[in-house]
Design a protein around this ligand. Structure first.
Ligand code: FAD
Ligand code: DLZ
Ligand code: SF4
Length: 550
């Protein structure tokens, strides 16, 4: 009789997970906190705390259903501190005959597991028992669905994929036609913020003994990582995630659409849902979230431009980037279409810059493990694109600093959408912009020492000269793109002296820009990654008396 060990990863916290279905009575479910996952990029302490607290709560919930659950804690003396090795240790301990796992969200782990399942590889020969990967069906599509859709297409445009999924799911469809007669209400969704908006306050979740013990553990063990633990507010149970969803539906969804692209110097969340982290670790399902948003429209509580805009992010973008990731990896990660070579600017790890929009985006990231999409794309992303930051440096940063960061979402967004490094597969043109865009969409520039209207001189906004410099540098790759024609026309109409002054301004700025080594403040981690040494995992929690369920 089969006795499987079911390894449930930190972003697989859903009772509906395929690997948890139809289990034999003998099955053992394992969740493992391990140092390797916490350190392979220097994850924000709030991200690690959210995951560990959610894992501990989920393990207790599974146990309450009568399943046999083993939970490996970071501080367990016999913890092997690597996911696969720890699962193999537990499988031997419980005398299991197979390890099952739902498809991990990252190629790195998927490959490591696949190597153990491929008969003939060294890893499989040395694996103490067989591994089995089960498709993760918590999405609208599988990687095979995406591959079938992509077959024979020259370009993979989001809009086509999104319409295909609207038709397939029936979301926001009326008799085979899009609700409201249009697929896309984007033109209603580009308003800057009004002068004194009153943003809704996010829910405050109770932090029980399990959560506070994890916060203490993370404060001690990941103290050197970028990011503050103060003000930790992420949902760590299904019930808390449902409260977040309810808050979004009643307080934010109506204004989500029109202010979707806005920037604010003061407020981190605006009308965004803050649901990505709960979705990505499995506390909410994308289907229930989209259906709940549609209900708000159907019952007259939220306008269509907001609901369509929101559903497009989840049904469209989220599924699209996942499909792209799984059908294009591992080559996708090596893309560097614009030949970018610069290390990450050092201030990405400190916020220490006079450029107000960047400073605020990085400070909000440090304080909340969050920045909204336009900050990621048009502020930190745009700046990195214009400066020529190399994809691996920027991707590692984005993967580390947000509570919602998972490589399958992060990589296409960073490498494809922000850096245009995938040869235009994801976007028909780079999302490059000057300071004028940032000025139009929010109030950062009012608080900045630079002037978004000046292009050269000591007060000129650096984005401006960098923008034109970027266009000059990549003329060969970009000026035949029909969507760039207008902008190259403007550049060509400028006087030579003006172009030369902008070039000098940009180059002087770039020459002064301090860059950080690949892993920022966690420089010791680079060595860890190369040598494969396991970081010390034995430091005790600061709160030995804290009570946690086993
Ligand atoms: P909202 O603005 O409320 O959007 C609603 C939901 O739509 C999100 O919760 C998310 O699930 C989905 N969504 C929105 N935009 C995207 C997108 N471009 N791609 C995929 N899903 C989307 N999102 C992640 O979940 N994980 C990441 O690691 C991640 N890295 C990113 C890196 C860069 C450089 C950029 C530009 C974007 C990244 N995104 C990532 C997408 C997006 O910025 C975040 O999903 C969003 O900001 C999370 O905040 P929210 O939940 O308030 O989203
Ligand atoms: C991100 C993360 C962290 C910090 N720690 C763990 C962990 O200790 N145990 C675990 O199972 N998962 C963790 N994760 C999430 C994994 O890194 C994630 O499953 C893969 O990156 C695939 O998305
Ligand atoms: Fe950012 Fe330039 Fe505006 Fe300053 S002036 S906030 S650097 S866009």
């Amino acid at each position: 009789m089969s006795k499987p060990l079911i390894l449930v990863l930190g972003d697989q916290l859903s009772p509906s997970l395929a690997s948890l279905q139809a289990l034999p009575d003998e099955a053992v479910v394992a969740l493992c906190e391990v140092a390797e996952e916490g350190h392979y990029v220097p994850h924000h302490p709030q991200k690690i705390a959210m995951m560990f607290a959610a894992m501990r709560h989920f393990a207790a919930e599974l146990e309450a259903t009568g399943l046999k659950v083993h939970y490996s804690r970071l501080d367990d003396a016999d913890n092997r501190q690597r996911l696969l090795e720890e699962a193999e240790r537990l499988a031997a301990h419980y005398d299991c005959d197979e390890i099952r796992v739902a498809r991990p969200g990252e190629w790195r782990l998927y490959e490591a597991i696949r190597a153990r399942t491929d008969i003939g590889t060294q890893e499989a020969k040395h694996a103490p028992l067989p591994w089995r990967v089960i498709e993760d069906d918590r999405f609208f599509t599988t990687p095979e669905d995406f591959a079938a859709w992509a077959r024979g297409r020259k370009t993979y445009r989001l809009e086509h994929f999104y319409r295909h999924l609207r038709e397939r799911t029936g979301l926001l469809m009326d008799d085979g036609q899009p609700a409201g007669g249009k697929w896309n209400f984007d033109h209603d969704n580009r308003e800057p913020l009004p002068d004194h908006p009153a943003f809704p306050t996010p829910p405050i979740h109770e932090q029980d003994a399990t959560t506070t013990a994890v916060l203490d553990l993370v404060a001690t063990r990941f103290a050197e990582h970028f990011g503050s633990l103060e003000g930790f507010h992420w949902p760590v149970t299904r019930a808390q995630a449902l409260d977040e969803l309810e808050h979004f539906l009643t307080e934010r969804l109506s204004d989500f659409g029109r202010y979707q692209d806005a920037l604010s110097d003061a407020a981190p969340f605006l009308y965004h849902s803050r649901l990505a982290a709960a979705l990505n670790i499995g506390l909410l399902s994308p289907i229930e979230v989209c259906e709940a948003a549609e209900r708000e429209y159907r019952e007259g509580r939220a306008p269509l431009n907001s609901v369509e805009g929101f559903i497009r992010q989840i049904l469209g973008w989220r599924e699209y980037v996942r499909g792209l990731y799984w059908t294009r990896m591992p080559d996708y990660k090596r893309g560097n279409g614009l030949g970018a070579r610069r290390d990450l600017p050092a201030f990405y790890w400190s916020g220490d810059t006079e450029m107000r929009c960047l400073k605020r985006a990085i400070e909000m990231t440090r304080d909340h493990a969050y920045a909204h999409h336009i900050q990621r794309l048009m502020v930190t992303g745009n700046f990195a694109l214009l400066c020529g930051v190399k994809p691996e440096a920027l991707c590692d940063w984005y993967l580390a600093v947000y509570a919602d960061a998972c490589e399958w979402v992060e990589l296409p967004n960073t490498l494809g959408m922000v850096l245009h490094a995938d040869g235009g597969l994801m976007g028909s043109k780079p999302y490059c912009a000057s300071g004028k865009y940032i000025d139009r969409m929010g109030d950062h520039c009012r608080h900045c020492r630079f002037d978004p209207k000046q292009v050269t001189g000591t007060h000129a906004c650096p984005f401006n000269s960098l923008y034109w410099h970027f266009l000059e540098e990549h003329r060969e790759a970009l000026d035949t793109n029909p969507r760039m024609k207008l902008i190259y026309g403007s550049l060509d109409r400028m006087k030579d002296e003006k172009r030369e002054a902008m070039r000098q301004q940009a180059e002087a700025f770039l020459a002064r820009l301090d860059t950080a080594p690949a892993y920022g403040r966690g420089t010791h981690l680079a060595g860890y990654r190369e040598t494969g040494d396991t970081p010390d995992a034995t430091a005790p929690s600061t709160r030995p008396g804290a009570q946690e369920p086993s």
